[in-house]
Design a protein around this ligand. Structure first.
Ligand SMILES: C[S@@+](CC[C@H](N)C(=O)[O-])C[C@H]1O[C@@H](n2cnc3c(N)ncnc32)[C@H](O)[C@@H]1O
Length: 383
């Protein structure tokens, strides 16, 4: 039986959804362990060796190959335990190819609850510094790691960048292709160790959470969601682009778009924040989306929808707009509210429907700043 494991980090409450998604997409994986916001799966040897492997699960905030855990109350011992499985498994030249150390705590709350947002906590940062200190002071087997080709084949054949002995950056954004050491603080006294190769925007972020700078006068936490969705989707928005958002009140996401220089229209029967109403680059259409003239959408390059309605209503509304002959919206950012978590299983059907409107590339992710919802991005419009 394989001795390789994968760890997956997700939003608190999404564990069963991750399990179902992994079972659908990777039937050979076997669920092994879970805590709120953290799961592990036993994976076949060939998956562990496949340098192109990507998990591709919308509800996995991030993931990596797990090398086990250490439990204890002696921090220094836990730090030594961190380096041990790496030094035992991998030779020094392979270890030297790791470019980053990411250390983070699993979430304790649904994002936004108790005023807590996902991200790197002071505890995680402190533990990361201890781990790095231990590497430089005692080398912890890092420099003296012995070569054992029978246990290193999964990492060994990766080729890649020239080994470097420079200090590892802690909790910085990696580059696609970088190999990253991971330490997930599942409990303050229970640390899980692993590594991943950054293969997408979100796997470059420590713990799968981007840094989104929020202004002091942030109107709503939708500002964070919009910030993350723009980073994750890599929509090529430019200052001066026309962006329409359906479900725009009170206005955090429009504020984020205005901060990026867009000309923004918000459609919502509810009031917008006065800060936005005072902005000459913002227009409010105080109405439900279905009452807005279809031709009014001709001038927009991008459309977002974040209305508190069921996914079917969101898709019906957007379909009625983007399938108009005169409307050429290049990209969509849709928040699909999972009023029932069972709707997660319908994501492939939602994707198919969106592709039928002429968008070739459709992706979904439960953003780190999402709540019980997912963000769907549709691009590469062909018709
Ligand atoms: C989650 S809030 C939106 C938050 C907003 N994006 C922000 O940045 O602050 C959902 C909004 O959807 C609006 N909404 C619901 N149904 C709508 C519809 N059919 N057309 C337009 N807005 C709608 C509600 O009035 C509500 O203000």
């Amino acid at each position: 039986m394989s001795s390789h494991f994968l760890f997956v980090v997700c939003q608190v409450g999404s564990e069963a959804t991750v399990k179902n998604e992994v079972a659908r997409k990777h039937p050979s994986f076997r669920f092994s362990f879970s805590r709120r916001g953290f799961l592990t799966f036993r994976i076949p040897d060939e998956v562990a060796r496949d340098r192109k492997f990507e998990l591709n699960c919308a509800f996995a905030r991030t993931w990596g190959f797990s090398l086990g855990k250490a439990v204890g109350t002696d921090g220094q011992q836990l730090v030594r335990d961190f380096w041990k499985p790496f030094a035992e498994r991998y030779p020094a030249d392979v270890l030297a190819q790791f470019k980053h150390l990411h250390v983070w705590q699993r979430d304790r709350f649904v994002p936004g609850d108790s005023d807590v947002e996902p991200g790197i906590t002071p505890l995680a940062e402190g533990i990361g510094e201890l781990i790095l200190d231990d590497r430089t002071s005692s080398a912890s087997g890092w420099a003296s790691a012995h070569r054992d080709s029978s246990t290193t084949s999964d990492l060994h054949e990766l080729g890649g960048p020239t080994p470097s002995r420079s200090p590892l950056p802690l909790n910085e954004v990696a580059q696609v292709g970088d190999r990253v050491l991971d330490c997930v603080i599942v409990e303050p006294n229970e640390w899980w160790f692993g590594w991943h190769r950054a293969c997408s925007v979100e796997t470059c972020w420590p713990g799968g959470v981007p840094g989104v700078d929020a202004p002091d006068n942030m109107i709503s936490r939708a500002y964070l969601k919009m910030g993350e969705s723009l980073l994750w989707s890599e929509l090529p928005i430019q200052p001066g682009d026309r962006f329409v958002e359906i479900g725009s009140s009170p206005g955090g996401s429009c504020q984020a778009l205005l901060d990026r220089g867009c000309l923004v229209t918000g459609i919502d029967p509810a009031e917008m924040d006065p800060l936005l109403l005072a902005n000459p680059n913002f227009t409010h259409l105080r109405s439900r989306a279905k009452r807005v003239e279809r031709n009014d959408f001709q001038s927009f390059r991008w459309l977002a929808m974040d209305a508190n309605v069921a996914p079917k209503y969101t898709l019906d509304t957007v379909e009625a707009i983007v399938t108009q002959p005169n409307v050429r919206i290049e990209g969509l950012l849709l928040t699909l509210k999972l009023t029932d978590l069972a709707l997660a299983a319908e994501l492939p059907l939602f994707h198919k429907r969106i592709r039928s409107w002429g968008y070739r590339r459709v992706r979904a992710r439960q953003l780190a700043f999402n709540r019980q919802e997912v963000c769907v991005v549709a691009t590469e419009r062909t018709m």
